[in-house]
Design a protein around this ligand. Structure first.
Ligand SMILES: OC[C@H]1O[C@H](O[C@H]2[C@H](O)[C@@H](O)[C@H](O)O[C@@H]2CO)[C@H](O)[C@@H](O)[C@@H]1O
Length: 350
């Protein structure tokens, strides 16, 4: 196992460092201090090369010149908070709005906008990069001062575990982070050979601002049905891009399997585990004006729906819904969310 560190670039006058974890199988996970971005997930190929399974950019500016949150850490709260406000303990809290009067993905100054401090560690459980920031309420507009920690760990079973925790100070706050990694497991610049299976029978109904109505809709007889493996590009085509919150397992002890994404052509496969009750599946359909070109595009403009984001989290807008789970982080307490992404190959019997 090995850990490498080098300067990736500068963003807004700050140094951005890339930290690379390498396991005994030659699998590499790289992260950037800026946005605690998951930059690369590279796996060895038979010809000695490595294949990056994530949509990545070559330069740090590229990550911040579009609104797709490519591979960034998202917090304090993933998804939308209706009306950029909520009531708690008899108090009304107003948050910074950044989309249609709602707060999306932690607002304009969320986790993704911070350059994180980091350290590294090697233990019997794997190799880790540990990002940490003290976030005061003046910084992101959420109440309460938290100490936020994001730990990426790679083990020798090719599993990447991301643990997000927040230690809260003297005021109750909200905590529902996610990883906005986009995957493309294939050698193509589209999802045509991808199949996906999600352990979910229901998706959230949303209004025209993508705010959940509170209703859960059955996936049966819809393009959203991934209870059995189903082709991703066909579903994406039918619904003009996926942007869908699946109801998955409730908060449990440890992580449970929620989804598998696999590429039929190459045999590459990722299994997603989560200890939360939501999985937002998103493919970027509206990118025509965003001037994006991923590392894998070799200078060509990115295609719409070139990758798929699998975002583990508590269900969006949980603070306004009775049955979406608890995202309140009480004062003087700590909460940890754990998600993992395990790489392997499709077995013959699949
Ligand atoms: O405004 C930027 C994009 O915002 C949305 O996309 C987000 C999506 O709704 C979320 O569910 C997902 O977690 O993150 C996406 C990117 O931040 C819009 O739907 C999309 O059309 C916009 O381009």
């Amino acid at each position: 196992m090995d850990i490498l560190q080098h300067t990736f670039g500068r963003y807004q006058n700050e140094k951005v460092t890339e930290i690379t974890l390498v396991n005994d199988n030659g699998v590499e996970v790289s992260c950037l201090t800026m946005g605690a971005i998951w930059h690369r997930f590279a796996v060895p190929e038979n010809d000695g090369t490595k294949k990056n399974l994530l949509l990545s950019f070559d330069g740090i500016d590229d990550y911040y010149s579009n609104n797709q949150n490519i591979c960034k850490s998202i917090g304090r709260v993933a998804g939308r908070i209706k009306g950029a406000s909520y009531d708690l303990n008899g108090k009304h809290y107003q948050l910074p709005a950044n989309e249609n009067g709602n707060t999306l993905h932690g607002g304009p100054n969320g986790f993704s906008t911070l350059n994180w401090n980091y350290s590294t560690s090697i233990s019997k459980n794997g190799i880790s990069v540990i990002f940490q920031r003290k976030i005061d309420q003046e910084m992101d507009g959420f109440p309460g001062n938290i100490l936020a920690t994001i730990i990426y760990t790679l083990n020798n079973n090719n599993r990447v575990t991301i643990a997000y925790s927040a230690m809260n100070g003297k005021e109750d706050t909200l905590f529902n982070p996610t990883c906005h990694a986009y995957f493309n497991l294939s050698d193509r610049r589209d999802l045509t050979t991808h199949e996906m299976q999600i352990n979910s029978t229901g998706i959230l109904d949303v209004n025209n601002q993508m705010i959940p109505t509170g209703e859960v809709l059955s996936v049966a007889n819809t393009p959203y049905d991934f209870r059995d493996f189903s082709n991703v590009a066909l579903a994406v085509g039918k619904v003009h891009g996926l942007d869908t919150a699946y109801v998955v397992n409730g908060p449990g002890q440890g992580t449970k399997p929620v989804a598998v994404l696999r590429d039929r052509e190459s045999g590459r496969q990722i299994t997603v585990n989560s200890d939360r009750n939501g999985l937002v599946v998103y493919t970027p359909e509206e990118i025509a004006d965003q001037n994006m070109s991923f590392s894998r595009d070799h200078g060509e403009p990115a295609n719409k729906n070139e990758g798929i984001a699998l975002e583990c989290q508590m269900l969006p807008d949980a603070i306004h819904q009775d049955n979406f789970g608890d995202i309140v982080l009480p004062r003087y307490s700590k909460q940890t969310y754990r998600f993992s992404f395990t790489y392997d190959r499709i077995k013959n019997e699949d």
